[in-house]
Ligand binder design. Structure first.
Ligand SMILES: Cc1cc2nc3c(=O)[nH]c(=O)nc-3n(C[C@H](O)[C@H](O)[C@H](O)COP(=O)(O)O)c2cc1C
Length: 502
């Protein structure tokens, strides 16, 4: 191809010079062609990129198409029911609810319900009245002196650094208006989180905001922030679903001077939080750390977040809680399908337990240890609709967090650019120009409406299932396609027994 390029290039250059001369075109025409040939020549002798070496100019199209592949996929190829991680239908629902416009669907479902992957709620033929009040859950166990009445749906952990300043402010203001909490993520508690909304302060392995000179935990700095009135709960991050066992990643492109100052690290370098905590190294230490944070925060709810991996470790934590008679006020279970700003693909695709088995496991294990009533279970993993909330409660959650759902409410278009600072909507970038597109006053309203309308949809489903409150919901209201596709004889042999009188 290189040979052809030079032959054609020289012919076109020659012709363009003649045309320019005879027809009095601008000299820029042949000069442009000359510039293209020069670039082509440079490409043909470079040794780094095989495609450009072989196709000195046409090769650029490959890079162009690769760059806009997510957009091409989304605009021209994707159907309403596909699109990953969230389908077009799911994203549209979040946008409509955030904009507070009609979110009904026309003509009927686009899903194939007659297959084993079908999931649904068993509705009652005696529905209850839809509660207009949005559900709340009290968090605070036996040692908590400042319990918190939380919303059933809240903003999951996403750091300032991963998200832009405007995004964080809009989330916090939306949380303030809707009276739900905003989890800071492991990047620390910043002025952008203190806009009036309730805050769950997350403490990761980097201890950003409560970090001593050697990167360890500083109790004094922690106490200062933990006692701020906005901080309602404190969450120790053990792991997250998208990269369990890896630790946080802040790509160099997003590590600005401002963020580096907040976190106490070198700007413009990739910051890897260690995979494990230095404040403790075993289950005993973890439970003692919970007690220490509770003391330093003057009795605020303390919990931890994890993605389930080795199940025995979780059982050992439960046993240790009983031994020390010290329990977290909440445990946040993150499914392996969870989102992230940046993660190695191996970790995102192949480590950790998915949402459904993890939630069932945690719920059952706490019940077996007879400590379920002492601890609230919070869950995260693709919570985006009223249905996903009810499903999570049916599987054993008391409350839900959503990260990407709230990102959609901010205008995220799933461009899949959170890791390279080029998020086109200004949500997951530190580029000031891109950030300008995200107008806080407008987007905070959307955050507020997304929360309100999604919870209202959950209330409607609850009523359809004939229940009066979320505490009445259990796994029995949930059905699977495979129950009736393959197991009907097993599941319904005596279905008259419970209602027949004689
Ligand atoms: C951009 C982004 C940043 C995140 N940052 C954190 C973080 O700092 N700490 C954490 O525990 N989880 C973090 N997460 C994970 C979320 O809090 C959540 O657990 C996960 O995305 C599952 O929820 P979702 O399916 O609603 O997104 C992040 C997720 C995203 C998308």
């Amino acid at each position: 191809m290189r040979k052809q390029f030079f032959i054609f290039g020289i012919i076109i250059l020659f012709l363009s010079a003649i045309i320019a001369y005879y027809y009095k075109y601008s000299i820029f025409f042949p000069l442009t062609i000359l510039a293209i040939i020069a670039i082509g020549f440079a490409n043909s002798i470079q040794t780094k990129h095989a495609i450009l070496r072989n196709f000195p100019v046409l090769g650029y199209f490959r890079y162009l198409f690769e760059m806009i592949a997510p957009e091409l996929q989304q605009y021209f190829i994707e159907r309403s029911t596909d699109g990953k991680p969230f389908s077009r239908n799911q994203r549209s629902l979040a946008y409509q609810r955030a904009k507070n416009i009609d979110s009904t669907t026309p003509f009927g479902t686009q899903l194939n319900l007659n297959q084993s992957s079908y999931e649904g709620i068993k509705h009652s033929i005696f529905p209850t009245v839809v509660n207009e009040e949005l559900p709340r859950v009290l968090v605070g166990g036996q040692d908590c002196t400042q319990p918190y009445l939380a919303s059933l749906l809240n903003i999951s952990a996403m750091s300032f650094g991963s998200l832009s300043e405007n995004a964080i402010v809009a989330l916090n203001k939306g949380a303030q208006k809707g009276k739900f909490y905003h989890n800071t993520g492991e990047g620390g508690l910043t002025e952008f989180h203190l806009q009036g909304g309730d805050v769950t302060w997350q403490i990761g392995t980097g201890y950003f905001g409560c970090r001593d000179d050697r990167g360890g935990f500083d109790g004094g700095k922690f106490a200062e922030k933990a006692n701020l009135p906005e901080v309602k709960m404190i969450e120790i991050k053990l792991s997250q679903g998208a990269k369990p066992g890896h630790g946080g990643v802040l790509p160099a492109a997003k590590n600005t001077e401002q963020i580096a100052k907040i976190r106490g690290v070198q700007p413009h370098t990739t910051i890897l939080s260690p995979p494990s905590h230095s404040a403790f190294s075993d289950t005993k230490g973890l439970v003692e750390f919970i007690a220490q944070l509770r003391l330093l925060s003057n009795g605020k709810p303390i919990g931890f977040k994890l993605c389930i991996g080795e199940t025995r470790e979780f059982e050992m934590i439960c046993q240790e809680m009983i031994t020390q008679n010290c329990f977290p006020d909440f445990i946040t279970v993150d499914g392996a399908e969870g989102g992230t700003g940046a993660a190695p693909l191996e970790f995102a695709d192949g480590v950790g337990m998915p949402f459904e088995p993890a939630l069932i496991f945690v719920n059952k294990t706490l019940a077996r240890f007879e400590i379920r009533d002492k601890i609230r279970v919070i869950c995260s993993g693709k919570i985006i609709s009223g249905y996903s909330i009810l499903r999570a409660v049916a599987l054993g959650a008391d409350m839900c967090n959503s990260a990407r759902g709230f990102m959609f409410s901010l205008g995220c278009i799933q461009a899949l650019r959170c890791n390279n600072n080029q998020c086109p909507t200004g949500v997951a970038t530190q580029d000031k120009m891109l950030m300008k597109g995200l107008v806080v006053t407008d987007k905070s309203e959307r955050v507020y409406h997304f929360h309100k309308n999604t919870l209202h949809a959950a209330n409607e489903l609850l009523a359809a299932a004939g229940k009066n409150n979320f505490a009445e919901v259990d796994i029995n209201i949930f059905m699977r396609g495979d129950e009736f596709a393959h197991l009907s004889d097993l599941y319904f042999p005596d279905n008259l027994k419970s209602v027949r009188k004689h």
